[in-house]
Design a protein around this ligand. Sequence first.
Ligand code: GLP
Length: 240
Amino acid sequence: MRIIQATSREEAVETAASLVLERILAHPTSVIGLATGRTMEPVYARFCELALTSRVPLSQTFFFLLDEYMGLPDGHPTSFKHYIRTHFLRPLSIPESQIAFPPAGDVDGPERYEELLRESHGVDLQLLGIGQNGHIGFNEPGSDKTSRTRVVRLTEETISANRGQLTDIIPEKALSMGIGTIREAKSLLLLATGKTKAEAIKYLMNHHDDPTCPATFLKDHPHFTLVLDPDAASRINLNI
Ligand code: GLP
C-alpha cells in the first residue's frame, strides 16, 4: 500500500485528480472506475479543469461507475448517474457511450455488469472514497472479500451519513461492485478527506482483512494508493 499524506485538502484533491489524468495521458484507452460522494466532487472539478486546459485525449477512455442506488427513477437527482453526468460527463462533453452505469433497475443487473466488466478486460484504475464505517462502494461492514457485483442493503449509518445528498426518496438498497470485483482493478486509488474519515482511516491502518471494515480488504492489493488530507490522517502517525 502506498500512502500519500498531503499537506492540505487541496493538495490531496490535486494529487488524486493528477493521478487519474496521468493514467489517461499515458494510456488513452484506459478503463477508469469512477466513484461518487462529496469527496469526489472537488476531484472531478479539478480533473475537468486540468483535462480541459491540457487537452487530454478522452475520446478513447471508457468509464465504469462503481455503484448506484436502487428504487430511484432513471436519472433521479439523487442518483449517482445524475451525479456523474453533472460533475464529470457534461463538463468534459463525454458521451454516454463511453460509460457503463450499474443497471440498478434490472433483475439481472449484477450479472450483466460483471459481464460488461469482463468484456472490457477489467478496470485499469479504480477511484474510491471510503464510508465513515469503512465501506467501499456500497460494500457495507460484513461484506465478503470475494464478493461480486450485487444488490446490497444500506446500513442506517450510511443512509444517515448520506442524508444531505438524498432528496424525496430515501433508498434502502444499492447495486454495488463487490470487493472481489473492485480488487480485480489493476490499480486502486482511495481518497479520504476530512475529520469524519479519521476513525475509519485509523482502523484501516491497524487492521487487515477485517469484515467490519471492508476497506481493509484492499490493503494487500499490489497497486493500492491511499491519498489522505491532514484531517483524514489526524488519528494516525505515519512516522512511527
Ligand atoms: C457513498 C458511496 C461511496 C463513497 C462513500 C463516501 O455512500 N457509495 O462510493 O465513497 O459513500 O462518501 P462521501 O465522499 O460523500 O463521504
